[in-house]
Design a protein around this ligand. Structure first.
Ligand code: PLP
Length: 354
């Protein structure tokens, strides 16, 4: 399939690289691919970034039949552009598509399209330390129809955003509120898919946590409200008595690429890492016994985000004196080092855009 390119004739001024924040600025172009039942995916194009024209009855607006992904491109010191494990994201896009009954995309073609788009907007990739180009592929159901059914038309779009740190705290620890009232997802539901509904379900609890001066919510399982699942848009890891523990993938947790990378790095370092059920009581007991050494979240946006404090039903658990622990720092330095080309990629994780 050919990709047509229409250049933006009025490019925007680039934002200040030292104050990018997250997801606030968008580049001059976007990739668009249409789907029509009977015809498949068609009309691949790179066009100027701008508003979409959608029918007000477009199904995505009413029933949320859509999926998204998030990954990053980095500019290396010697000027190359690297993607980090993009095939994993495209594979996951199709796992989400299957759950939402959206037709699969061709993962190889999607990677080619992504590379083409990045090349067109390459001068938008920031170079300041800690910055990168965030990539947001997404698919939306576009049938103008108010009945509930799978749409027969879709759009697959990729937009790009130069970003700095996800949390204003950077690698500094964030305070986390353990939510024991609202739940995010249940097994059999859509928790393992990256789909808008999961985030709609999470916003109220996040606002509540913010009001209590916490940065994010730690979710417990939706059935027993007992087992730790994940944080906002991050998977979670705890260092308990020298062993690293992360909740096992159970159908309601998103299988993060950063989670998988962290597990593989820890294994390669000979650190004991266990994927299993972990209850909040067990964590609290470990904390009381002085055995909770570190806690951190993993996700593309923040990469590693240490947790400096947990609040579970008013029980405050400070972790590592509210400071970034050695393992959190080592994982952060290694993953961001590989992503930005500063550390040799012995894992074969990076893909060059050229
Ligand atoms: C995207 C996301 C993650 C992190 O996944 P990565 O592939 O590491 O970016 C974790 N949890 C949720 C709910 C997410 O949406």
């Amino acid at each position: 399939m050919n990709i047509s390119i229409t250049k933006n004739t009025s490019p925007k001024a680039k934002p200040d690289q030292t104050n990018l924040g997250f997801g606030k600025y968008f580049t001059d172009h976007m990739f668009v691919l249409d789907y029509t039942a009977g015809k498949g995916w068609h009309d691949a194009r790179i066009v100027p970034y701008g508003p979409l024209s959608l029918d007000p009855s477009a199904m995505i607006l009413h029933y949320g039949q859509g999926i998204f992904e998030g990954m990053k491109a980095y500019r290396t010191d010697d000027g190359r552009v690297l993607l980090f494990r993009p095939q994993k994201n495209l594979e996951r896009a199709n796992i989400s598509n299957a759950r939402l009954d959206i037709p699969a995309i061709d993962e190889e073609f999607a990677l080619e399209a992504l590379k083409e788009l990045i090349k067109v907007d390459a001068d938008w990739i920031p170079t300041e330390p800690g910055t990168s180009l965030y990539i947001r592929p997404f698919i939306i159901a576009t049938d103008p129809y108010l009945g509930v059914k799978p749409s027969s038309t879709y759009k697959f779009i990729i937009i790009l955003s130069p970003v700095g740190a996800y949390y204003p705290e950077g690698l500094n620890p964030v305070k986390i509120y353990v939510e024991d009232d609202y739940v995010r997802a249940v097994r059999g539901g859509i928790g393992y898919a990256k789909t808008p509904g999961n985030y709609a379900a999470s916003i109220r609890a996040q606002t509540k946590a913010h009001e209590l001066n916490y940065t994010q919510v730690l979710w417990l399982d939706g059935v027993e409200r007992k087992y730790i699942e994940e944080v906002g848009t991050m998977n979670v890891f705890f260092v308990i008595d020298g062993e690293v523990v992360t909740p096992e993938l159970n159908g309601s947790i998103l299988a993060g690429v950063t989670r998988d990378s962290t597990i593989n790095l820890l294994k390669s370092w000979g650190v004991k890492i266990t994927e299993r059920k972990l209850s909040i009581e067990e964590l609290y007991e470990a904390h009381k016994a002085g055995k909770l050494d570190e806690a951190f979240g993993t996700g593309t946006a923040a990469v590693i985000s240490p947790m400096g404090e947990l609040n579970w039903k008013g029980n405050i658990m400070p972790i590592n004196n509210g400071e970034t622990g050695p393992l959190s720092a080592r994982i952060y330095d290694t993953i961001t080092g590989i992503q930005s080309g500063r550390i040799e990629d012995t894992m074969g994780w990076t893909v060059e855009v050229k």
